[in-house]
Ligand binder design. Structure first.
Ligand code: DON
Length: 591
């Protein structure tokens, strides 16, 4: 058992096909195999990262080892997948502050052991004083940085309301037990990884510009891996939440701090905006793909509709016959994506404000018609609207996903965000957390791309109290009516296509879940009219030449998405796969 747990700590994609209680011989063979595996550990020096783990008791996969372990421990103590998802999110708000949050929002798709699936929307809302032209100058042009940096960029946070809504419906352990690990991590500090130290050093200038020097994320000498980050103010805010529930965030001292912070800049969030915030239960988007039932997030995320459209467009194409990332497969997937993202730009927005034609967009006859101009030999042309370049190279985006399964068949797929890395970069003095810059997800000006290069129009215009359109795609998949897969990722506009590819990698190209997550990805979003592909993968010079000769334009990028996935293998074994691209970690539940 001891050797086995050691082995589980050395990630190896072979694990998922091995029975949990391996024989000694198998264990030895596995050991020899695994030690020869390519090292994927990103920050092994600080944390013992696990990229693939298995258990029949439950699994939590998230962006940070401390957070995943907090969640797994909650299940081991008798908590449900919902309890673990809450505790993991709260821990991420402390140890992964670039994206984990209480100052942002998110979405959850949840499946109970009895098969019932729901979706929770705790996306940020535009403050009451927000209006359609708030980021435009008198000539109607976008004012640079106004929707992305500083106080005016924030929507009203939804995370704390979302955590409590989750707990009210699906929680078993007391909320105080779920929040306590986060309080301890904030109070006593945690060690920074190399990535996190590097990011803090890069952001020092903007942090000081917006928050001054007297704040825990800035120090005189550069941060380095292993430094302790202590967040006393955040610990106090978490204690407020622990004792007062959602009121500890939306009313009283914390709300006062947020409003004071707003007033110290050009912010518009008021006490009323905070006290009136509520999370909303939604009907998840549900589509079928052969033997699979796919459940994903409904508006105000575009994720579920777009993933549904993509899978419905691709199902008849039988991609397995062409092979993984063959020219034929890439071309077909790209042509489907081009059409789906064009639909997204026109038709998707907050369904509380805009009549999103969900049924029509997922209608089989409509989709058949949508793809009937497809040519196997040449790329179609995206409309000639001038779209700006992706800001991807300049700005680092941050969202975070966690996937959870417990041993009772409950599963949570949660994607949560403050949008950019550390959101608006405004840290609420006194309360100790960063505010989101989610307002940039609205269409500030029709036809003008946001920081993800995404274009929008009427459906996603800014309105008071409205939720901005998202691409987040927390997804749960059943196979033959049994829980099969939980997955999701950060990555802005690339979220939808990353989730799609991991699914296709398993069901069309026969990969195991770790291979499917690790495989290099590509992405097309209609505008800009280009295929983004990850470097050092299958896009070699010959392939690029063929795709270009078909009319595609290509662009190499460092990485696309950071997927956290869990899959059930052989009906009982729960296999967690954390993305090797970063410090993500799969925590198996142990007795
Ligand atoms: O909701 C959205 O689609 C974006 N705010 C997500 C941002 C994101 O994924 C950034 N992360 N990598």
């Amino acid at each position: 058992m001891c050797i086995l747990s050691l082995l589980i700590r050395i990630r190896c994609s072979m694990f998922q096909i091995m029975p949990y209680k391996s024989t000694f011989l198998t264990t030895i063979i596995l050991f020899i195999f695994c030690t020869s595996c390519k090292k994927e550990l990103v920050d092994q020096a600080i944390y013992d990262l696990v990229k693939t783990a298995e258990s029949d008791l439950g699994m939590v996969v998230s962006a940070h080892p401390l957070a995943s372990e907090v969640g797994a421990d909650i299940i081991a103590k008798g908590g449900t997948a919902a309890d673990a998802a809450i505790a993991t999110q709260l821990a991420l708000a402390v140890v992964y502050p670039r994206a984990g949050n209480i100052g942002g929002g998110g979405f959850m798709v949840y499946r109970e052991g009895n098969g019932a699936v729901t979706a929770l929307d705790y996306r940020e809302k535009a403050p009451a004083a927000a209006h359609k032209d708030m980021y435009l100058d008198e000539d109607g042009n976008i004012i640079k940085d106004l929707s992305t940096k500083g106080h005016l960029a924030s929507g009203v946070p939804g995370t704390v309301a979302g955590l409590y809504a989750t707990h009210d419906k699906y929680g078993r352990l007391g909320f105080n037990k779920l929040i306590e690990p986060a309080i301890q991590l904030a109070e006593n500090g945690f060690k920074l990884t190399k990535n996190e130290a590097k990011r803090l050093n890069e952001l020092k200038e903007v942090f000081v510009e917006l928050n001054g020097e007297d704040f825990p994320f800035v120090k005189a000498s550069p941060w380095k891996a292993g430094d302790l980050l202590i967040q006393k103010a955040l610990a106090n805010t978490l204690r407020q939440i622990k004792t007062k529930g959602p009121n500890g965030f939306y009313w009283g001292q914390t709300a006062d701090y947020v409003v004071e912070e707003m007033q110290s800049g050009n912010g518009i969030i008021t006490k009323e905006d905070l006290s009136s915030y509520e999370a909303s239960w939604r009907t998840p988007i549900h589509v079928t793909y052969r033997d699979y039932d796919i459940y994903s997030m409904s508006p105000p995320s575009s994720g579920g509709v777009a993933l549904g459209q993509l899978t419905k467009l691709l199902e008849p194409m039988e991609l397995s016959q062409y092979g993984f990332q063959s020219v034929e497969s890439i071309h077909r997937i790209v042509e489907a994506e081009r059409r789906v993202y064009a639909d997204r730009a026109e038709h998707l927005g907050d369904s509380d404000f805009y009549d999103v034609p969900i049924d029509l967009l997922l209608d089989e006859a409509y989709l058949e018609e949508r793809i009937n101009d497809f040519s196997a030999d040449s790329a179609s042309s995206s409309a000639s609207i001038v779209a700006g370049d992706f800001a991807m190279a300049k700005e680092s985006f941050e969202t975070t996903h966690l996937s959870v399964m417990d041993g009772e068949g409950n599963a949570a797929s949660v994607t949560t965000t403050i949008n950019a890395s550390y959101g608006s970069k405004v840290w609420v003095k006194g309360a100790g957390f960063f505010l989101n810059n989610e307002m940039d997800d609205f269409s500030s000006k029709p036809g003008t791309p946001n920081m993800f290069g995404l274009i929008g129009a009427e459906a996603n215009k800014i309105e008071a109290g409205k939720r901005m359109l998202s691409s987040m795609t927390p997804t749960i998949i059943e196979k033959n009516n049994q829980l099969f897969m939980v997955l999701g990722t950060p990555g802005g506009s690339t979220i939808i296509t990353s989730v799609l590819q991991v699914f296709l990698n398993v069901v069309e190209y026969g990969m195991n879940i770790s291979e499917a997550v690790a495989a290099k990805r590509f992405h097309h979003q209609w505008l800009p009219d280009q295929i983004m592909y990850e470097k050092e993968g299958n896009f070699d010079a010959d392939k690029i030449k063929i795709l270009e000769s078909m009319g595609h334009k290509l662009r190499a990028v460092d990485h696309i998405g950071t997927v956290e996935a869990i899959m059930v293998v052989n009906d009982t074994m729960i296999v967690g796969a954390a993305d090797p691209r970063r410090d993500d970690h799969a925590a198996a539940v142990r007795e």
